[in-house]
Design a protein. Sequence first.
Length: 478
Amino acid sequence: MCALILISTALRAHALLALPGFLDEGQYLRWAAEVWEGRLLFPLSSAKALEIYWLALLNPLGPVLFVGRAASVLAGTLTISAMWALARSWGRPQPGLWAVAFYVVQPWAFFYERLTTADTLLATAVVMLAWLASAHARRARPSTPVLALAMLAVPLTKFSGLFCLALPALAHALQPLRARRVRQLLAAYTLALGGLALLLAVTALRYGALGFLLGGSRPGNTSWMAMTRLNLADLRDSVRLYMGAPGLLVLAGALLALLRRDRLLLLALAGVVCGGLVFTITGARSFSRYYMPALPFAALLAGGALHGLARAQRTGSMPSAALLLGCAAYFSSFARSAYSDPAQLALSDVDRIQYITGTSAGYGFSAAATFVAAQLAREPQAIVFGYDLPVRDILRLYWHDPASGNPHVLWDEHAPPVIDVVARGTTAFVVVDLTEDVANFNGLTIRPLELARFARPAGGSPIAVYKLLAEPFAFAPP
């Protein structure tokens, strides 16, 4: 098991910054930095509180993008450890080892455990909850308060994890029911849900954010049925690209769970539903990263299938090992691209837009930050603006003032109007994502001079750097 942990960590940590940072990473890491500025309760309004606190804890350790991604790698290590502990709690350590080995070479988990996403930490929290609930169902340990804290941690990591709170009840239902343990379980649910309700109330009163916490993303007037079809189509593409033929092992494990009524595999099947499949029918838009909490349970199903095959064959573990090597071969091609040229990764259409070509992708920003830093070296009194908040969030990942530890750019809403800056004769640069052709400077009595343009792959919208000049007629001489 230790060897698998080391292999997983090494695979995920190598060339960790090869894929440029994307918008969500910039947002999460900005929120984490704000915790250090005294906004201690603000993460509760983000629907991803524990993710933000987790990043804030590690924030001082180094460059923000590297630290954020290293936090995900560490969370992935905890996930596979909890997977094995879960299998052991059911007396099934061997299927647990097969499951961990399968998970280590899964492109889907590999891709997202190298990014700063709340879904990676949510997967950790959900698997740990399933482990603790299973241990409680068998031995009445851990104590009720510990189980309640594990329950509360799941929706606090990401609010969509609320669906996974069904897993402790299912873990107990799969064991002989004992009145004392049922009472303890109900007490844990009461404490967890009561604590969650209290935190939601405080958040709503302080930030007016309850609607944001409970809301979803449904474009326009899209019907529930149309959104469900869209989500299922995206899920099909993700399974085809990120699991491929090895996904058949997950299906085989699900069949074993139903045919043999294997309790560990039945719990794993429930984890796939609660941690992933349910997001296709919520009526909100789902993305491939949302299914991260389901992937450890899918790996447990695959591990059950591999272990069952090993026990059924006279040749022992050789056929299962051969299948696992096939999974590793499928993974190796994906990993090579992730290390050397992430723009060539075999991603779904939606993911390619989000991480490679679209306005949320970080391509072009590192070069833009380097270019503007060179301009500032010649004009140190200049002020730099990001054209909008997404630009500022991504650019922040690449640009730090080593003297203060903060970006040189005026990031917040208190920045002076750009017209006033130019009117004072201060040099001003603006970084623009040209998704919508050009930045709109009409009516601002300033003239933009484009200095440089940095491309995104595959025809994605470029990033431009402008120097802002005052129109000669705009301001009266002093």
